[in-house]
Design a binder for this molecule. Structure first.
Ligand SMILES: *Cc1c(COP(=O)(O)O)cnc(C)c1O
Length: 378
């Protein structure tokens, strides 16, 4: 079956009640008929709720299918998914190679927690490609990718980095929240652990926090073991909403991408705008990589103002009426975020002509969104 069909039909509990959707089952204790059955359950039955009952099992199945993975862990947030993936990948003291474009809170985890495990974070230029081989040594314990980068939208050469890592026997982790696991399959490109924030496009309605990690083969076994060791759990109510979001994911992404491209092209022609950071635009520096590795675009991108400082950028955002001002993205509502206070770079200095504003295109009419942007820029 084609992907869009599988998105609709995977993870459906075809129970005797005939309901289209799985029921939300809340459980800590799951009673066993005997002591024997409690300690040696048969028939795949669980006797404790931490592993997730329903619809967690259905959501796992659907996300596994999305990535063609052997195991999918569900966590209480995207950040905890990334941390689970990193903790699974990293073993023993040494160094970890982290993309300089990594999502801020993940970077903070790498800076503050990895050293406590004896692992030194070493940041690399997201556009390093195959040359990452020159940074890998016997101490390298993990490589973290994020493509495209959260605020600055560099597309990484994922297969080249994964290949160099595989050659050296180093595990790789990617944050692929932007593609929602739908527009690119990092596992098919050779990455070991694909983590995403389901909070964003999969949830899609700004009403839940959840994350997933998907893996194949040996990595999947490692992931399942770490998931149990770290007591990972996700709420069944949130799993229900994420599963509901997954059903309309392809449709919402398509619309959001279309609107974002339309806005990006109009912004490109605006005299107050210096540059657009949208991988699906043909003049983006990494457009060829994007075309090679992604089957489509999502709707989150950024633009740089021409000679307007961070304070001026915030004034533009404050003048917007239809766009909400806020973190996150991928919801049905459009959002704007002034980014300059958040950008941290150590491998490569961040250079721009002015303030950076990130937009997440929602499902409103594009003409209304453009009117709002044009007026705020004016
Ligand atoms: C939001 C986000 C996260 C963290 O996800 P939460 O669900 O908010 O914890 C991680 N990576 C990226 C790229 C994100 O946009």
């Amino acid at each position: 079956m084609k992907r869009d069909t599988r998105l609709i039909h995977k993870g459906r509990a075809h129970g005797p009640d005939g309901l289209v959707n799985p029921a939300i089952k809340r459980a800590s204790t799951v009673l066993a008929p005997s002591s024997q059955e409690l300690y040696a359950p048969t028939g795949g039955r669980r006797h404790y709720g931490r592993g997730g009952v329903s619809p967690n099992a259905e959501l796992r199945e659907a996300v596994c299918d999305l990535y063609e993975a052997d195991h999918c862990a569900l966590t209480s947030s995207g950040l905890s998914a990334l941390i689970l993936a990193i903790r699974t990948a990293v073993s023993g003291p040494g160094q970890a190679l982290i993309t300089d474009s990594a999502y801020g809170p993940v970077r903070k985890f790498c800076d503050e927690e990895l050293p406590r495990l004896g692992v030194k974070p070493v940041y690399y230029d997201p556009r390093i490609g195959a040359e990452i081989a020159g940074l890998i040594n016997s101490e390298t314990r993990m490589i973290l990718l994020e493509s495209p980068g959260s605020l600055t939208f560099e597309v990484q050469d994922v297969p080249a980095i994964a290949q160099a890592a595989q050659t050296a026997g180093v595990p790789t982790v990617i944050d692929d929240t932007w593609s929602a696991g739908l527009l690119m399959n990092p596992l098919a490109l050779g990455v070991d652990y694909a983590a995403q924030s389901l909070t964003k496009y999969v949830g899609g309605h700004a009403d839940l926090l959840m994350g997933s990690v998907a893996a194949r083969g040996e990595a999947a076994k490692e992931l399942a073991a770490r998931e149990r060791l770290y007591g990972t759990h996700a709420s069944p109510d949130d799993a229900f909403l994420a599963l509901r979001g997954l059903r309309t994911l392809a449709l919402r992404l398509e619309r959001s991408a279309q609107t974002s491209l339309d806005l990006a092209r109009r912004l490109r022609d605006h005299p107050k705008v210096a540059r657009i950071l949208h991988p699906a635009l043909d003049d983006h520096a990494d457009h060829a990589l994007f075309r090679r590795d992604f089957s489509g675009s999502s709707g989150c991108f950024a633009f740089i103002l021409n000679g307007v400082d961070a304070k001026g950028g915030e004034a533009v955002v404050d003048a917007l009426e239809l766009f909400g001002i806020g973190f996150s993205w991928g919801g049905y509502e459009s959002l704007a975020l002034p980014c300059d206070r958040q950008i941290v770079r150590t491998a490569m200095p961040w250079q721009a002509e002015g303030a950076l504003i990130r937009l997440s295109a929602g499902l409103e009419d594009v003409e209304d969104l453009w009117d709002d942007l044009a007026r705020a820029l004016g």
